[in-house]
Design a binder for this molecule. Structure first.
Ligand code: MEV
Length: 446
């Protein structure tokens, strides 16, 4: 066994990185090395692209790439790419898409696209003087950052507002430049962060050079400059609606009225109870994250933002809502989503490029609409199962298939097992016993 710490790991060749890892952490280094390397891309150029996204790469980690067809959003049909490892999610999205296809499809509207960034700083000097000269500072901030903002401005975006906030009642001497941005079709993280860092430098220079702050240079400390992933004003609404009786036969055997009533109750419970809200919203993000990943957008940013938004009034609540008024079933989702369709990995990742092409190369706003619709579809499908048959029925089918695959079942055995377990609880032991006795019976008949 070698030592398990190392310096200069990043400088090793990829093969040597694999070697160091398998020799130090695996029982059978040769087998582990072969296993890790078997997931290298056969095309060296493609592998180089993937390796370029991150650091210290030793292999690739595959996830299933599925599609959900029949998604009508604002009258346009999409086949939605979904990257997710959880069974039943793509099936559920597809089933909800098909259900709403004959009921007007999904509707979606981007409500606004403002993003936020902050320069956090401490100021021990006179607060009033800072505010008095803020107008001048703002002009200087915009002027100094012009070389960074010109291109974005030519695309219709750039810096919108700059606010000076006195937050010294929360933390001694703490102030903030709160900046809002429009970043068009890019997620804009690099753009926003570059502008904010420039703003931080300008702020320091302004205080050093302005006669009004003479002798106060030491009173300023720029703590950090960074975008905020909380973008409540970069938000999209997706909804479905139809007369209650048009829910028709899609209610898993329930009457449309009973179904709609129970469904709306389930949504209200997710507004009231944080435990349920968390699971409810997790179901929404099953759909959202899958498309965010398929298009190489930042799912951590999308999740963080969505959950903060869900807790915006101080309690974590459902992101979706449901109303039953004048005999109309209406179900909607408000979701803050900061996405890009240019920049970042969206055009570099070979599969993200395919996803965007599959969606018809949408701009960021159209992608926001499709993703919100997918989240809503996922939520609809989950609640429909939960308030009617329960969630396990569908899951058990998948579970059974996974166990049968694991046990090397033949086509005939799969067929027999599917019939046998239709009304029985699926467990590994039960399936193994079933196969054992089925094989024995077959053997004795042969
Ligand atoms: C499972 O991944 C997601 C659900 O639990 C969501 C929900 O309960 O609403 C089915």
């Amino acid at each position: 066994m070698q030592e398990k710490t190392i310096s200069g790991f990043s400088k090793l060749s990829k093969v040597d990185k694999v070697r160091w890892v398998v020799e130090n952490f695996f029982a059978d280094p040769e087998e582990a090395g072969r296993g890790l390397m078997s997931f290298w891309h056969k095309d060296e150029e493609q592998q180089r692209v993937l390796d370029g996204f991150s650091e210290n790469t030793i292999s690739n980690y595959y996830l299933p790439y599925g599609v959900a067809p029949n998604f009508m959003v604002n009258g346009k049909l999409y086949t939605v790419p979904m990257v997710i490892e959880e069974s039943s999610v793509v099936a559920a999205a597809s089933s909800a898409a098909k259900f709403w296809l004959s009921r007007g499809g999904f509707h979606a509207k981007v409500l606004s696209t403002r993003k936020i960034g902050q320069v956090h700083f401490c100021w021990k000097g006179d607060s009033a003087r800072l505010f008095r000269h803020f107008g001048e500072l703002e002009k200087r901030l915009r002027r100094d950052a012009a070389h960074l903002t010109a291109n974005m401005e030519s695309r219709g975006g750039g810096v919108l507002d700059i606010e000076l906030l006195d937050l010294s009642h929360l933390e001694p001497d703490y102030y903030q430049l709160k900046v809002s941005f429009e970043t068009c079709d890019s997620m804009g993280a690099n753009f926003i962060n570059s502008v904010l860092e420039e703003f931080g430098s300008t702020l320091e220079i302004f205080v050093q050079e302005h006669p009004a702050f003479e002798g106060e240079e030491e009173h300023l400390e720029v703590v950090m400059a960074i975008l905020s992933n909380y973008t409540p004003e970069c938000i999209v609404r997706a909804w479905v609606e139809c007369p209650v009786d048009a829910l028709g036969s899609g209610c898993n055997g329930m009457s449309p009225e009973e179904f709609a009533d129970k469904f709306a109750k389930a949504v209200r419970i997710a507004h009231i109870d944080p435990h349920r809200a968390t699971t409810h919203n997790k179901g929404i993000f099953n759909g959202v994250d899958a498309v965010v990943l398929a298009t190489a957008n930042d799912f951590r940013a999308v999740e963080a933002c969505g959950h903060t938004y869900a807790a915006r009034d101080g309690q974590y609540r459902s992101l979706s809502s449901c109303s039953l008024e004048d005999g109309v079933f209406r179900f909607w989702l408000d979701l803050p989503l900061a996405l890009g369709t240019i920049g970042g990995l969206t055009r570099l990742h070979p599969m993200a490029r395919r996803s965007l092409e599959l969606l018809g190369n949408p701009g960021a706003e159209e992608l926001m609409e499709v993703i919100a619709a997918t989240g809503l579809a996922q939520n609809f499908a989950a609640l429909r199962s939960l308030v009617t048959t329960g969630i396990q029925k569908g899951h058990m089918k998948m579970h059974l298939m996974n166990i049968l695959n694991h046990l090397g079942a033949t086509e005939q055995e799969v067929e027999e097992a599917t019939t046998h377990f239709q009304d029985k609880v699926v467990s590994f032991t039960a399936v193994r016993e079933f196969l054992k006795s089925f094989r024995k019976k077959k053997g004795s008949l042969a």
